[in-house]
Design a protein around this ligand. Structure first.
Ligand SMILES: [Zn+2]
Ligand SMILES: [Zn+2]
Length: 233
């Protein structure tokens, strides 16, 4: 009851407004139905790494890269394709500090993840190196994870893992260079008392970053590591 009232008051004081077009949003969500229907969902993907497929299939499929070499993580759940409005929302979050976009993205991710059968015991947002964190003032993965955690009632761990090396801007590097650059980038400071966790990030491009993080988590004793991302490039 208390919760309902707080939502009613919040909707009255700050009515949800679509971030993309400015029209009224949906209940508690800063996105209108029309704009939401235009977002491109990642429906046909490799179940392990989220790589997008051209063809449709009814059975879960693995991509060539995963068949060739199994990544350190077990499953990837990507909600959208990194294009159009989703790309806009994520870049303006990361480089324009639009934190309300993180809330919307987290809501959209939680809506989809509520249908996942095996819910992890804890969420691990991909840590930023302290230098980068100071430069940006926030970590978009943490901001997104906080909304998901609240909606799905899963704890978030923010202090067991650190990024021990500054890895610079990965975007300008080739896949091979990325791999070398990310090697042992993460260290587990405190052993996690969980069997199953999910790494949370905004975009997954080659999967090198999350794979290194998953490697560190598995070494520390976590059995299953999934990856939850807003978008797959
Ligand atoms: Zn709209
Ligand atoms: Zn794959």
């Amino acid at each position: 009851m208390v919760n309902n009232w707080s939502i009613i008051i919040q909707n009255y004081l700050f009515p949800p407004t679509c971030i993309l077009c400015g029209h009224p949003g949906q209940s508690e969500k800063d996105l209108c139905l029309y704009c939401e229907s235009g977002l491109i969902r990642a429906t046909e993907c490799c179940y392990r790494c989220g790589a997008l497929f051209e063809e449709t299939s009814t059975a879960p499929m693995l991509c060539g890269a995963c068949l060739n070499k199994t990544p350190y993580f077990d499953e990837t759940h990507a909600v959208f394709v990194y294009t159009g409005a989703i790309r806009y929302l994520l870049t303006t979050l990361k480089f324009g500090g639009q934190l309300k976009h993180a809330r919307l993205i987290g809501q959209l991710m939680a809506e989809q993840f509520l249908t996942i059968v095996e819910i992890p015991e804890c969420l691990i947002p991909v840590p930023l190196h302290s230098e980068r964190y100071r430069e940006r003032g926030f970590n978009q993965a943490i901001e997104i994870a906080k909304t998901i955690a609240k909606r799905m009632d899963i704890p978030v761990d923010l202090d067991s893992i650190i990024r021990q090396r500054s890895t610079g801007h990965q975007t300008e590097l080739s896949a091979k260079q990325r791999k070398k650059n990310m090697l042992n980038a993460f260290a587990v400071k405190k052993k996690l008392p969980f069997n199953h966790v999910a790494i949370v990030d905004d975009v997954m491009t080659t999967g090198t970053t999350v794979s290194e993080l998953a490697k560190a988590l598995k070494k520390s004793g976590v059995h299953r590591v999934d990856v939850w991302v807003c978008a797959r490039a």
